[in-house]
Design a protein around this ligand. Structure first.
Ligand code: SAH
Length: 351
């Protein structure tokens, strides 16, 4: 491990690393480093969260999107994507079903669809809160104005997931069309935080043009921003996007980064993502063993599951919500963890 043990020590001691040090850690990593970091990550996570793995019920409310991100299967230009939009009634009944199954957090995720006005979303949020006042509501609906974020917050949204995608401006420009701006994405994250949301950022691992240099910037950003949640998963190409011929990210590197991020900000809520589970049959288990502590089973109606295809071969598109939950519960039990049913708020200052 050589020099890297000093960096591992620093991370474990809660000291900050420089961008150059993060890069050194990434470039120099090997199996022994990964193992050492995972051990430390699991230890620090256990000291805060025990053996609990939080679940969030994911409801994919629609795949109509005005954006044309080069990596994403539901991008505007994909004419092969069969578009759908769930009605309020469908979303509410997904949540009702999820509630019965024990979920106390719902994530409403979708493309950026002009139909999801503040009026629509605020009405929906209020009704969800009325039916399930003990639940945390999370939105993942992309970039909106500060006023809009404020209105949604006032209507009951507690958390917002908006991956920054990459903390490097040039890299951002290579993953997105010119009309999307790095500055606006970052501004959205700051707005969300100021309004009072629990905020999630995140990035894809192995996205095209990404090297250790870009990842080091992502880690530095996470270290500075201290997000409440951080969604990271491997990039997986989608056949109908400009990145169709690119290779997928690696399970190994994703797990390594999960461990580093856990150590960079110990209380962070860190999902073992569906993308990780798509690349490896036990990807989500590996993610938890590397330091993640959240899973997000799908509650969307089975009839639309396949249509919310951000990348090829996405898993969990055929099962009913109850089956998904049962499957994940068993997977977690197989590695000595248990799914918890509470809201799973971040536990800051409990190290
Ligand atoms: N429209 C929302 C939700 C986007 S989908 C938003 O803008 O935040 C959620 C995440 O899926 C994205 O932030 C992106 O990081 C990830 N994603 C999209 N395409 C992907 C791909 N091909 N491989 C892996 N992850 C992908």
């Amino acid at each position: 491990m050589g020099d890297l043990s000093a960096l591992i020590e620093k991370l474990t001691a809660g000291e900050r690393l420089t961008e150059a040090e993060f890069r050194e850690l990434l470039v120099g990593r090997d199996d022994a480093t990964a193992k050492a970091l995972a051990e430390k990550a699991v230890e620090v996570r256990k000291s805060i969260y025990g053996d609990a793995v939080f679940t969030r019920g994911l409801i994919e409310i629609g795949n109509i999107c005005r954006n044309d991100c080069y990596y994403c299967g539901i991008r505007r230009s994909n004419a092969n994507c069969e578009r759908y939009r769930l009605t309020d009634e469908e979303i509410l009944s997904c949540a009702d079903e999820g509630y019965e199954l024990g979920f106390r957090t719902f994530v409403l995720q979708g493309g950026e669809d002009g139909y999801d006005t503040d009026e629509r979303m605020c009405g929906l949020l209020r009704e969800l809160k009325r039916r399930h006042p003990d639940c945390a509501l999370t939105l993942s609906l992309g970039e909106r104005s500060r006023e809009s974020y404020q209105a949604l917050f006032d209507a009951g949204a507690d958390r917002y997931l908006l991956r920054h995608e990459t903390a490097d401006r040039t890299h951002y420009g290579r993953l997105h069309p010119p009309e999307l701006s790095f500055d606006n994405r970052m501004q959205c994250l700051r707005d969300l935080r100021e309004i009072g949301y629990q905020v999630g950022c995140g990035f894809m691992v192995g996205s095209p043009f990404q090297t250790e240099a870009e990842l080091a910037k992502d880690l530095l950003f996470v270290q500075e921003f201290r997000p409440d949640m951080c969604g990271i998963g491997p990039f997986i190409p989608h056949r109908d996007t400009p990145f169709r011929g690119e290779s997928a990210g690696s399970v190994e590197l994703t797990c390594f980064l999960l461990s580093v991020i856990r150590l960079v900000y110990p209380p962070v809520l860190l999902p073992a993502t569906t993308a990780l589970g798509t690349l490896h049959p036990r990807g989500r288990e590996l993610g938890i063993l590397a330091g993640a502590n959240v899973v997000m089973p799908n509650l969307s109606p089975v009839s639309v599951r396949k249509k919310y295809e951000l990348y090829d071969n996405k898993i969990c598109t055929g099962e009913e919500a109850a089956e998904c939950r049962g499957c994940l519960a068993r997977r977690m039990e197989s590695i000595g963890y248990r799914l918890t049913v509470d809201r799973g708020d971040i536990r800051k200052g409990e190290r």
